[in-house]
Design a binder for this molecule. Structure first.
Ligand code: SAH
Length: 384
């Protein structure tokens, strides 16, 4: 870690935004020679109050603020564009290094629930056949500060503080760009900040990690933090899943379901796994698939989220008709499953599942377009 000794020249400042409580405590005690309680104090400034300048942290002494200024910073990702959909969904395009962008999407449900969909990587290496992020390829992992920074930025746009009486963001799903379990440590650290009362104070049932099925990392996750788990299943047999989710060749369905059972046994409370199933016309949406799925999942306490396929440029897949979606759903209902069809949200701002790469693949043109739109649209964002 960077030394904060006044005599040592500092090259890169430590970004405190992405530090968990124990990491901040170590920083204050070992690097600054300060008391441990400063860590909780500064976390509240950052995450409850949304403050990112040490000058505004008024209960810190002047000398401590100066020490911090010399070697640390609270640096959120840069917002390149904020858009609001006609259905209330909000999307942020964040710049994470030159020319690289990730997106965070806030989905309001009723009056009391606001779920933020958070990205964990720039691009994705898994290349699921129906996902636009996969078509972009993998660029890099996000840092803990860039992951938790999405929450920080979203909360900022509501202009209010976060405490137990008022939570601008009530739920988080790690379902944006990337595979969170391929970026394990930063994703776990960011979730620890989400759960910490000095951070966002969310309950572990309100933070959901979604994975395409990295079996060893599911086991590791259960040892670290028992957030809610969602798996991207999308097919009821290995032959079909191998085509849709190439990772299945490494960790086939039964191994994945066994890992889910081990995960549930580590959670201290009774919990279900969320099984995500993207319905693709003529591919996995037939009654026969519903029958196989219902039989397969008998072994796992779960609820099934049906996601009608969201088309994107360059994809040959189609969304099934509403009738076909409901037929599939009805069979699962008859078999006793909870199986909501996820409403498509934020379509007009490309914020729906699998659309997060944006309209144009070419990064340079995209950046130019974002910059252009940013000038127009950031100023149109309504205050809440
Ligand atoms: N890599 C993780 C996190 C991404 S979550 C995972 O696979 O779970 C995004 C969810 O949306 C996943 O269930 C994903 O399979 C689904 N999805 C991706 N592209 C989609 C598309 N075009 N239409 C509908 N759902 C899609």
């Amino acid at each position: 870690m960077t030394s904060c000794n006044a005599a040592t020249p500092v090259t890169e400042k430590v970004n405190l935004l992405g530090k968990t409580l124990p990491q901040l405590e170590a920083f204050f005690v070992e690097e600054l020679g300060e008391k441990k309680f400063r860590a909780a104090q500064i976390m509240k400034w950052i995450h409850h109050h949304g403050v990112n300048s040490f000058e505004q942290m008024t209960d810190l002494s002047k000398s401590l603020r100066e020490k911090l200024l010399a070697c640390a910073e609270v640096r959120p990702p840069k917002v390149e564009l904020e858009e609001i959909s006609t259905d209330g969904t909000r999307k942020w395009v964040l710049e994470v290094g030159t020319g690289s962008h990730v997106e965070a999407v806030l989905i309001p449900v009723g009056n009391n629930r606001r779920t933020l969909c958070v990205s964990s990587q720039v691009g994705c290496s898994l290349d699921c056949s129906f996902c636009s992020t996969g078509k972009q390829g993998f660029q890099r992992n996000l840092t803990p500060a860039e992951i938790i920074g999405q929450l920080w930025v979203a909360q900022q746009s509501f202009g209010s503080r976060n405490d137990s009486k008022n939570r601008p963001i009530t739920n988080v799903v790690m379902m944006g760009m990337g595979e969170p379990l391929m970026n394990f440590r930063p994703a776990v650290d960011a979730m620890k900040i989400m759960l910490d009362d000095n951070g966002y104070g969310l309950s572990k049932r309100r933070v959901t990690l979604s994975t395409a099925g990295l079996v060893p990392q599911i086991d590791l996750l259960g040892d670290e933090v028992d957030v809610s788990l969602a798996i991207s299943l999308h097919a009821p047999n290995d032959e079909l899943r191998n085509q849709l989710v190439p990772l299945n060749r490494k960790y086939p369905i039964q191994e994945l379901l066994d890992a889910c059972k081990r995960y549930l046994s580590k959670c201290g409370d009774s919990r279900d796994i969320t099984v995500e199933y993207t319905l693709i016309a003529g591919v996995n949406d037939q009654l026969e698939h519903a029958k196989q799925l219902a039989a397969l999942l008998k072994q796992l306490p779960c609820k099934i989220n049906l996601i009608p396929f969201n088309p994107f440029p360059g994809s040959d897949y189609q969304r099934p008709s509403r009738n076909q979606q409901v037929r599939f759903q009805n069979y699962l209902h008859e078999q006793g499953y909870s199986a909501p069809i996820r409403m498509t949200r934020g379509d007009d701002i490309d914020a729906a599942c699998g659309q997060l790469v944006g309209r144009v693949q070419d990064k340079t043109r995209r950046s130019a377009r974002y910059a252009e739109q940013a000038l127009i649209q950031v100023h149109q964002v309504e205050p809440n």
